[in-house]
Ligand binder design. Sequence first.
Ligand code: ZN
Length: 330
Amino acid sequence: MTLVVYSDEFALHRSPGHPERAERAVEAMRFLEGMPFFNKLRIIEPVMIDEEKILNVHSKEMMERVKNTVGWLDPDTYTTENSYRIAKLAAGGLVRACDEILKGREENAFAIIRPPGHHATKDRSMGFCLFNNAAIAADFIASQGKKVLIFDHDVHHGNGTCDIFYDRKDVLYQSIHLSPHYPGTGMIDEIGKGEGKGFTVNAPLSRGVGDEGVEKLLDEIMLPIAEQFSPDFIIISAGFDSHHSDELGGLSLTIDFYGEIIKKFSSVQSKIACTLEGGYMLSVLEKGIASEVAALAHEPLHFEDNFEGGRDADDVVIKLKDLLSSYWNL
Ligand SMILES: [Zn+2]
C-alpha cells in the first residue's frame, strides 16, 4: 500500500507573505482527499525525529541555531516559536515512512511535509529549509547497511543534500535543476570526491527544457546509473517549482511528467519515498503531488496540461556521458 505522511501541525510553521506557506501542505492534502483512489492510501501522522538522528547529518551548532532562533536564519529562511518542533516533525515523518517501507509493511510513500529540506547543509539552514529531511532519511537508511539513491527534481539544485553525501558512495545523489539559478551550485563537473567520486550526478539545464529533453536525460544518464548502482531504497526530492507555470520555475515540466518520473524510478526499485521540497503555485503543487501519489499507488490519473516549445538537453547528456563513463557504463 502507499503511505501518505501528513499533519495539520505543519501549518504552525508560517510567516506572513512568505511563498513557503502553510497552505502548501493543507491544500495539497485537501486535493488528494478528492482523488478517486484516496481510500486506497494509508494516511499516517509524523512523529518527531530525535536529536541524535539530526546530529548524524547536521552540526550541533546548526541544530541549536534552529532551536533557539525566532526570526530569520538567512534572508529567505524564517523560524517561529513552533518551527524547531515542526522541522523535527517533518524529518521524523519522512523517516517514519522509510522505516515502514524498509520493514516491508508498506510498498512506498509520499511525505507531504514542510518546511522543505534540500538546501540545508551540514552547518547551515538556508533557502526556506531548516533541516535536510531527505538527507536525514537517507542517512537513517544507509546506517542499516543499505544503498540509497536520491533523485531531486526541484528546479533548484539541492546543494545541501549534494554536499552532505559528496564523499560517500553509499548514497548516490542525482539532480536536475535550472542553471544559472539559486543557489548557484550543481555544476556539471561536480561529480563527488574521494570514494564518492562518480556518485553525484548534476544536470544543470537551460530554461524551458520541457518533458522531452528531461526524459532523454533520465533514459540515457540517470536511470542507467540508477540501475547499475542498484539501490535498496530511492528517495525522491519532489519539488514542483520545475513546472512550466511556477513563478520560481523554469524547467517547463508538465503535471503528468511527475507521475512518469515515479514510474521510471519504480522500475529500478519499488521501495520509494517521495518528500515534498519546493513548489509555490498551489494549483500546480496539489496536482503534481496527486500525479506522483497516483503513480506510487498504480492508479491511472491524467491532467490536461500542455507546454509547447521545449528544447533538447543533448549538450548536458553528452557532457555527463563524458564525465561519468569511467564510473558507469553509459
Ligand atoms: Zn525549489
